[in-house]
Design a protein around this ligand. Structure first.
Ligand SMILES: *Cc1c(COP(=O)(O)O)cnc(C)c1O
Length: 481
């Protein structure tokens, strides 16, 4: 954190915009220069990111008003557009790509995944059909196979790259809906839900709100679910699991509670659910990645017994937005829910067509960054990255507890919930932390307690970043006490 770098970063955009304008005069149509310019600006952004406050300044946010101009009638040279974007918007970004953003479980972007993303954007492949875009279709197949192996899921599991865990839940649950109704002789794709045999849907009291939303999108209802009470860590209580009739049922478990990081008891519930012929789905948006760390196996055993899984790659795998993954054990259930055929589309292929598995037809090739990240990290590198963040969460908890603050959850994964006294003291502390800018943490209310929520999920975070952030948090708490 040197002042020089910060000043340099502040002055940089104006210097750059002048340099760019000068260059523009010489040659305002050179695409080569434009891409070089973009790369230079991106590199500069990343190089100065950890030296600036994590949240954008109010001055930077105020300057966004300059974007609000009338729709231009005349064209503007591309490099001037880029300069304007960089000058006005780069300073108004939250430093989510940096090392000390702990606000949500979202991670940053590994350099190799960012670079692969640039290349993939350059290819501009519409990654729907294998015969039309064979390269990226093949990357998706390989990346999915690697993920299934890393997560220790059954061979033959099918998958899809979608925008995030919301859509991964939606996609996997569409396969679930297809399958449980097919079992009773109903085609939901053909005939919809009107008049269909009812599906019992069971979720935990602390299911992620986006899981509930995806149930709503599927016509299964946000409210008509059966909610199972949870324990003091937010885990579904197996002893309170409802008796299931032998009728269509979908059970939604959570691997990684959004507040505590806790895991629902998968082994016990899969046993109860499968005895009644129910489908078990696991929302493992970030928790599924714990499967890559052998030391965390006590947390993650039984996940492999489920029938479908949703996870995010843009969270803990640290690839750019947006990238989620839906995985389904039952062969054919996913394409039965998602495939589309049309005379103009060359869908016939001996290779897997991505679009047969996804809600979208036209789509970007999300498997590229996943492939690049896994190719680069390898099994050991990925395990080390996830394991490091878990240790760093424990470091946060130890340091803050030692300073006299209350840690509300068992820190089993990457989530730390801290109380700084009363709800007001905690909220004041969080505000002071955000203002200070060393790091960024948000607030939550968990089981009736207001808390600061710390999520550690960036590849770039070092132990020194944790120490620096702990000091900033303690300073803020003392000031806010
Ligand atoms: C983040 C998250 C989601 C939603 O994921 P998006 O990628 O934001 O759509 C769903 N479930 C859990 C447990 C999450 O942490």
């Amino acid at each position: 954190m040197t002042t020089n770098v910060a000043i340099d970063a502040m002055d940089a955009p104006t210097t750059m915009i002048r340099a760019t304008r000068a260059r523009m005069k010489r040659d305002d149509s050179s695409d080569g220069n434009l891409l070089d310019d973009a790369a230079r600006r991106a590199k500069r952004y990343l190089d100065t990111l950890d030296a600036r406050p994590v949240a954008p300044s109010s001055a930077a946010i105020a300057r966004l008003a300059e974007l609000d101009v009338p729709l231009p009638r005349e064209s503007t040279p591309a490099d001037r557009v880029l300069a304007e974007l960089d000058e006005l918007v780069s300073p108004a970004t939250m430093a989510m790509a940096g090392r000390r953003f702990f606000g949500f479980v979202i991670g940053g972007a590994l350099p190799v995944s960012l670079a692969a993303n640039w290349l993939a954007s350059t290819w501009d492949q519409n990654a729907a059909l294998a015969r039309v875009t064979p390269g990226v279709a093949r990357l998706e197949i390989v990346a999915l196979r690697w993920l299934i192996e890393l997560f220790g899921l059954p061979a033959g599991t099918e998958g899809a790259f979608v925008t995030g865990a919301t859509m991964a839940n939606f996609t996997a649950l569409a396969a679930a809906r297809h399958h449980v109704l097919k079992q009773v002789g109903w085609s939901v794709e053909a005939d919809g839900l009107f008049g269909a045999p009812p599906i019992t849907v069971v979720i935990g009291e602390e299911a992620h709100p986006t899981l509930i939303k995806s149930l709503g999108l599927l016509g299964l209802g946000r409210r008509r679910v059966v909610r199972v009470p949870v324990d003091g860590q937010g885990r579904m209580r197996a002893d309170r699991f409802p008796k299931l009739a032998n009728s269509p049922a979908i059970i939604c478990l959570q691997a990684g509670n959004l507040n505590s990081g806790a895991f629902d008891p998968c082994t016990d519930i899969c046993e109860l659910a499968h005895a009644a012929g129910a489908w078990v789905h696991v929302d493992g948006a970030f928790g599924l990645w714990a499967r890559t760390v052998p030391e965390l196996s006590a947390l993650t055993t039984g996940i492999e017994l489920a029938d479908s899984w949703a996870t995010d790659a843009h969270k803990w795998l640290n690839v750019p937005y947006d990238c989620g993954v839906a995985l389904v054990r039952e062969p054919g259930a996913l394409p039965a829910a998602m495939a589309v055929t049309a005379d103009y589309l060359p869908t016939e292929s001996s290779e897997r067509n991505p679009a047969d598995f996804t809600p979208e037809l036209s789509r970007r090739a999300r498997g590229v960054e996943v492939w690049a990240a896994l190719r680069s990290l390898g099994r050991d590198g990925l395990s080390a990255m996830i394991g490091k963040n878990v240790r760093q969460a424990q470091l946060f908890a130890e340091r803050l507890a030692a300073a006299g603050y209350e840690i509300l959850n068992d820190v089993v994964l990457n989530q730390v919930l801290v109380s700084f006294g009363s709800a007001e003291q905690t909220l004041r502390t969080i505000e002071a932390v955000q203002r200070d800018g060393t790091c960024w943490c948000g607030s939550t209310v968990w089981q009736g307690r207001t808390a600061m929520r710390i999520s550690v999920s960036s590849w770039a975070t070092t132990d020194a970043d944790v120490e620096l952030s702990v000091q900033a948090i303690i300073r803020a708490a003392r000031g806010a006490g």
